[in-house]
Design a binder for this molecule. Sequence first.
Ligand code: AMP
Ligand code: MG
Length: 499
Amino acid sequence: MSESRSPVFDNSFARLSGPFYSEQAPSSVPNPGLIRINTALAEQLNINSDWLASAEGIASMAGNHVPAGAQSLAAVYAGHQFGGWNPQLGDGRAVLLGELIGKDGIRYDWQLKGSGRTPYSRGGDGKSPLGPVIREYILCEAMAALGVPTTRALGAVTTGEMVFREQGLPGAVFSRVAQSHIRVGTMQFFAARRDNEALQTLSDYLIKRHFPEAADADNPILAMFKEILSRQACLLAQWQSIGFIHGVMNTDNMLLCGETIDYGPCAFMETYDPSTVFSSIDHQGRYAYGNQPSIAHWNLMQLAQALLPILDNSPTATEDSAVAIAQEAINSFPERYLNAYQNIIKDKLGLSQFKEADDALFQALLSNMEAQKADFTLCFRRLAELANESACINTSIRELFDFNEAFTPWLQQWRQRLIEDQQSPAHRQAQMFKANPVFIPRNHLVQEAISAAQSEGDFSYFNQLVDILAEPSQFDPSKLRYAMPAKPEQRVTQTFCGT
Ligand code: AMP
Ligand code: MG
């Protein structure tokens, strides 16, 4: 018997009876070629990585073969896009192949993205060019390495066919893994149709799959909603703490399981400026860096709205009582966010405890950074170096960024604060290195990897970048190039979604 056996699927979403999806086989492609597989993730999902790298595994990632036990389907959803309501969306260029139980006991979706038309494709071709596949692979794996809840890259393949956008581009299919793909927009779809039965079925499913502790609460749907609020609050705090700009925070791009999804026009901020926007289609700056937490709050209000018909389970429930419950829960979001954010700020500043005055200390640093046009990532990393100067033998980070005299009063205040906060410099620095990474997926590096792959079929830049970003806090001077901000001529100011 060969070691290379196909994975064992268990498709709970496909077993749901109700109007949640359409059965949909992926389209075949002319000539699948392997770009990369994520061996560690495959093994974690109980997928034999030899099988995944075999002709059958590659054909499965390309959509040319549906592995035994998979039940491919396209899910339906709706959503608010840039604030405007769109009642009919869905997996227009993706199919869910099936679910796998990981070594951690958690159930995961394996989805193919760019696998052809579905009933929800509207005018689109259901395909993906290579560029967005490369971008998503790099970004989501970098986020995972940074400890941010995210969908993951299981692998990526080229298709051997051209995809037509403004020009002909090589096509690719991305294998995406998520704890599930159920979105705020999924709930909105059924709420808009007043299909309370579907809302209830989906909520029961979500509680079972993601929020089992909510099942024991007096009001399980409310308990689930509060847990969704908490997860999003933590997620947004993490995004803000590393300068991640999602770029397209539509309600259909917010997963109820709490993972980051949709790496279309996203990018990491370099120079600190809260108004930073990268998305080429975000003309009003709705999804600017500084707006992200309040946009998350807004999206969750839409979720509360969608859940209203099933939110009050008491015998005396009325529309007003449900609204009151929703309002109270949604009002807790800013505080949940603040708590999560302050917990990370403390790590970024190297403090064992967050005190009230630390907020002002942190804001003062941000103001300095903004005034000095400092690189967000390098500034915090340099601060981490200062936490234990005796241990710092290499000066490389300092060559890339150093605090100028405008920061001197702030640094004095910070050092003063450290005196009150008793912990060893080595311990403090370790804490700060973790919270203040040195390698982030800088846009010009992502662009370089895309260009080489797209124009020459050269994946070496992509592979190298993925490998470096897998250890975001581990600096060594030979990797200096990957820590550097873009030079003016390298700066990418706009990113595009894959459509
Ligand atoms: P996104 O901007 O990626 O969140 O996608 C928004 C909607 O457009 C989703 O319903 C997608 O499935 C759909 N979509 C995006 N690109 C394509 C495409 N190339 N073909 C068909 N549908 C697409
Ligand atoms: Mg999307």
